[in-house]
Design a binder for this molecule. Structure first.
Ligand code: UGA
Length: 442
């Protein structure tokens, strides 16, 4: 018999977690305040694009293991194990994370609990949040110590969310070391099938678990900014950053993954997580330890300006009146997520310079139009590139990687392409008579 689980929040994290826990054989109820999201999910459709997720949703709904509700009372009645998967966005005008959604899950749920329960936090939170929520839950619940809060950070990547959840690199669990309860045992039950595959399971205190997550994202962000800094030097020195990355990447201590230079990192995680990490370290009196992340952030943001400038250079010094085709709007391929997307940021900057910009993305057009209604949008590559003076590839979708110069030859006005992700074969494009510019490439 599986466990009875509630998952609070049905965004990228929560919806995936709910579906995958049902896939592991548990009985799951997904909880959200947004009725329109719930209606979609109940029909087996994720409210965002994530490869393979709809199939897992549908299969488990059909099997009767997965349901959705907006009622906390129903969730409290149904489950003994609760996962928090709500968002912790950047606070407006500040670096710190906004933990209001996480707080309100505990504040609403704790008084409704009728039997011993474990609340596992999955959201990325400032270190110290779990202990604070643990105390809050105990205070608000008549069950006292029988309600535990543990932290079980999530490391899934969008685009690989199902695979990362069912086959993670590791499972990290932070428990209350002062009053150890059932949390570890409950996690071992929930993740039994995954642990049986030999996936490492690390049990720590809650603070360490919270920090593992932020440290991992800070490291990844640093790795990307490192290679983007190298791209700047390569451009100045007439060297090639892709060859450099290949060569240093063979050193197993460095590794080739996450060493792709380009327009930098975006999305709902890395940018806000490094900022929240700096803010939290400051509160703890350890701000000096993370001042380098400020530089990581600046290198990253500079990529966006640099890409606009490169486009202006290619246009001959001015973008006024130029027609620019932007291929890609999502912050990365296989996602329709445009939160802090470098591609859209660049498209906006180019438009502000007086160009007429037309954007195409295989999945993210609808979200983009809502956020940036003033940009032009196209239904496909041909329409976006129609009459273009410059074509930019800003998200490395497979569809764009496979583009053949001949396909665009007769559509564009000028054969000029800028590869913001170094994902095209430059020899092919140059060989076909195109002016090709990459990032940190000769
Ligand atoms: C990231 C982490 O990779 C996950 O482990 C983590 O769970 C997640 O954040 C989170 O905190 O929820 P994600 O935001 O889905 O996952 O995206 P990544 O694959 O990390 O890519 C982030 C950004 O970095 C993208 O804009 C991508 O284009 C960029 N990137 C990535 C590069 O510019 N170069 C690279 O070599 C790799």
């Amino acid at each position: 018999m599986g466990s009875r689980i509630a998952v609070f929040g049905t965004g990228y994290l929560g919806a995936t977690h709910a579906a995958c826990m049902a896939e592991l054989g548990h009985e799951v109820i997904g909880v959200d305040v947004d009725e329109s999201k719930l209606a979609k999910l109940a029909a087996g459709e994720a409210p965002f694009f994530e490869p393979g997720l709809d199939e897992v949703l549908q299969a488990n709904i059909d099997a009767g293991r997965l349901n959705f509700t907006s009622s906390y009372a129903e969730a409290a009645e149904f489950a003994d194990i609760h996962f928090i998967g709500v968002a912790t966005p950047q606070r407006r005008g500040e670096f710190a994370a906004d933990v209001n959604f996480v707080d309100s899950v505990v504040a609403t749920l704790a008084p409704l609990l009728t039997r011993p329960s474990v609340i596992f936090g999955k959201s990325t939170v400032p270190v110290g949040t779990a202990a604070r929520l643990g105390a809050m839950a105990r205070e608000l619940s008549s069950l006292g110590d029988a309600v535990e809060v543990a932290w079980n950070p999530e490391f899934l990547r969008e685009g690989f969310a199902v695979k990362d959840t069912l086959h993670p690199d590791r499972i990290v669990l932070g428990v209350d070391v002062m009053t150890p309860g059932r949390a570890e045992e409950a996690a071992r039950e929930v993740y039994a099938d995954i642990l049986a595959e030999g996936v490492p399971f690390l049990v720590t205190d809650r603070e360490t678990a919270e920090l593992v997550k932020t440290a991992a994202n800070a490291f990844l962000a640093t790795k990307i900014s490192f290679i983007n800094a190298m791209a700047e030097v390569c451009e100045a020195a007439g060297a090639d950053v892709s060859e450099l990355a290949d060569a240093i990447g063979y050193d197993a201590r460095i590794g080739r993954r996450f060493l792709n230079a380009g327009i930098g990192f975006g999305g709902g995680c890395l940018p806000k997580d490094i900022r929240a990490f700096m803010a939290r370290a400051g509160e703890l009196g350890a701000n000096q330890a993370l001042t380098f992340l400020r530089e990581v952030d600046s290198i990253n943001m500079r990529r966006r300006t640099r890409m606009m400038e490169m486009t202006r250079e290619v246009a001959g010094g001015s973008l006024i009146g130029a027609r620019v085709a932007v291929l890609g709007a999502a912050f990365k391929p296989d996602s329709d997520d445009i939160r802090d997307s470098p591609a859209l940021n660049i498209a906006g900057q180019i438009q502000l310079q007086g160009a007429s910009v037309t954007v195409y993305d295989p999945k993210a057009i609808e979200n983009s139009r809502t956020l940036f209604p003033t940009l032009g949008y196209a239904a496909d590559v041909r329409e976006a590139c129609d009459g273009a003076d410059i074509t930019l590839v800003l998200t490395e979708w497979e569809e764009f990687r496979r583009l053949e110069p001949a396909y665009l030859d007769s559509i564009v006005r000028q054969r000029r392409i800028i590869d913001g992700r170094n994902c095209l074969d430059q020899a092919k494009w140059r060989g076909a008579g195109w002016e090709y510019r990459g990032v940190g490439r000769r």
